[in-house]
Write a protein that binds this ligand. Structure first.
Ligand code: B12
Length: 389
């Protein structure tokens, strides 16, 4: 088990950690013990039992695993929780693209943050003069990171379930260093949403079922990132122009309106990755996984895979009513190897409507049963708007 040299008190070690973490670019630093996260575990159990984890298999793992840092590292004594702002600014007015959630404008945060975490560990080892056994990660292992971060003092749970920090809002990643050192724990994070319910009122799909409880099955972030299947037809119009993730419950939060300041990490800026909008036509032309991987390598946008991202871009095109995309959607409907993409392309054509779209919908040679149902529904939709118009 790691121990501090005789001349260093736990309080000294805590101060050194704070200084090195800030130098490494972390905005928030806190420590909690490595005991199980009991309240978080209880909430997780209820959430799982209500089916709110949707199809995320990794969130259906046993509560005792997800809520116990010692399952990740036997010798764990403290969890160092760190916050790093990713706020890249506000979306400019939509030029007709697929909207990307702010956390994904730049490079993939997983590797970038992990590297800095291990560097932080090395610096601590040098300065403290002791070996530290550590596990470093962000959003990559089975642990309730928000619960650990709240216990470590990084912020409080907002009604949108995000961890909110009174000084910087909620546009920050949580990163963790589980260490075998005993460090003095911080008091848990406190704060309140007061009477504000904007996030609950403004979520287009009504995903926030109760304060702090998000039903993934309705959350646009889940539907466009983690979901591998169709976006349920009744939810598609509510997804709006979001093509990857969603920030609405954070955008409307008063803490973010007044406290969010741009992340100093250039990796998270729009210039380093996909930026605030995807060019829908360009995405709709990607026909192979290799091409897709090459186009989005090193960004978070690889997560839903080619089919998922094209599915989302079809939905954005339909909701934006982009007539100029009828030819690209027609090519998807005729040529894309994936029924998932073809079915959503049909839906978008139905939403856009007009003679050209109807002609495409009538003229196909589809043989997939689900796609055929999508085409029929799209034709009903397009015909209905034609007769109303
Ligand atoms: C699964 C997951 C998702 C799912 C489900 C989200 C959800 N709310 O559960 C989906 C795909 C929808 C999602 C979306 C997003 N995610 Co996500 N996601 C995760 C993941 C992997 C697990 C979250 C989880 O445990 N959910 C289960 C439920 C039960 O837990 P919970 O919502 O956190 O609720 C906790 C509270 O209720 C808490 N609690 C305990 N006591 C109390 C007391 C009170 C009074 C209250 C209210 C709550 C409370 O206990 C619960 C368990 O910890 C974490 C990484 C990790 N390993 O922790 C990232 C993580 C939560 N996601 C993150 C981000 C950035 C996002 C998005 C903003 C991305 C985007 N822009 O599209 C959205 C935000 C949507 C939202 N409002 O949550 C960050 C959040 C950082 C922050 N400041 O909070 C995390 C921590 C990743 C990271 N390492 O930075 N995500």
């Amino acid at each position: 088990m790691g121990s501090l040299p005789a001349h260093t008190t736990p309080a000294d070690a805590r101060k050194i950690l704070e200084n090195r973490a800030r130098e490494a670019g972390f905005d928030l630093v806190g420590v909690t013990g490595a005991e199980p996260l009991e309240e978080g575990g209880e909430r997780l159990r209820e959430w799982q039992e209500a089916g709110m984890a949707a199809d995320m298999g990794y969130m259906q793992r046993p509560v005792g695993l997800l809520s116990n840092p010692k399952k990740l590292q036997k010798s764990a004594r403290s969890v160092v929780s760190l916050g790093v702002s990713y706020y890249p600014g506000e979306h400019p007015e939509n030029p007709g693209g697929g909207r990307v959630a702010r956390y994904a404008w730049g490079r993939d945060y997983h590797e970038i943050i992990k590297e800095r975490l291990y560097r932080l560990r090395r610096e601590l080892e040098q300065e403290l003069g002791t070996r530290i056994k550590a596990r470093a990660f962000t959003d990559a292992v089975p642990l309730l990171e928000r619960s650990a971060a709240q216990k470590a003092g990084l912020g409080f749970f907002g009604r949108n379930s995000c961890l909110i920090n009174g000084e910087i809002g909620s546009y920050f990643f949580i990163a963790d260093l589980i260490v075998d050192l005993h460090l003095p724990p911080d008091p848990p994070g406190t704060g309140t949403c007061g009477r504000c319910t904007r996030c609950m009122d403004r979520c287009p799909t009504g995903a926030i079922q109760a304060p702090g409880v998000v039903d993934a099955r309705r959350c646009i972030s889940y539907l466009t990132i983690e979901n591998r299947g169709e976006i349920p037809r009744h939810l598609r119009p509510l997804v709006g122009d979001w093509a990857f993730g969603c920030d609405i419950c954070q955008e409307v939060c008063p803490y973010n309106k007044t406290k969010a300041s741009r992340s100093p990490w250039p990796e998270f800026g729009a210039a380093s990755g996909a930026g605030p909008y995807l060019e829908i036509e360009e995405v709709l032309e990607i026909r192979t996984d290799e091409e897709f991987e090459k186009r989005f390598a090193g960004t978070p946008l690889t997560r839903p895979g080619r089919e998922g991202l094209l599915r989302n871009c079809c939905v954005s095109a339909g909701n934006l009513g982009l007539r100029e995309l009828v030819p690209a959607l027609a090519r998807c409907l005729r040529e894309d190897p994936s029924p998932l993409v073809r079915g959503h392309a049909a839906w978008a054509l139905g939403e856009i409507g007009g003679d050209a779209a109807i002609k495409v919908l009538r003229g196909g040679a589809e043989d997939d049963a689900w796609c055929l149902r999508e085409i029929e529904a799209a034709l009903r939709n397009a015909d209905r708007s034609a007769s109303v118009g």
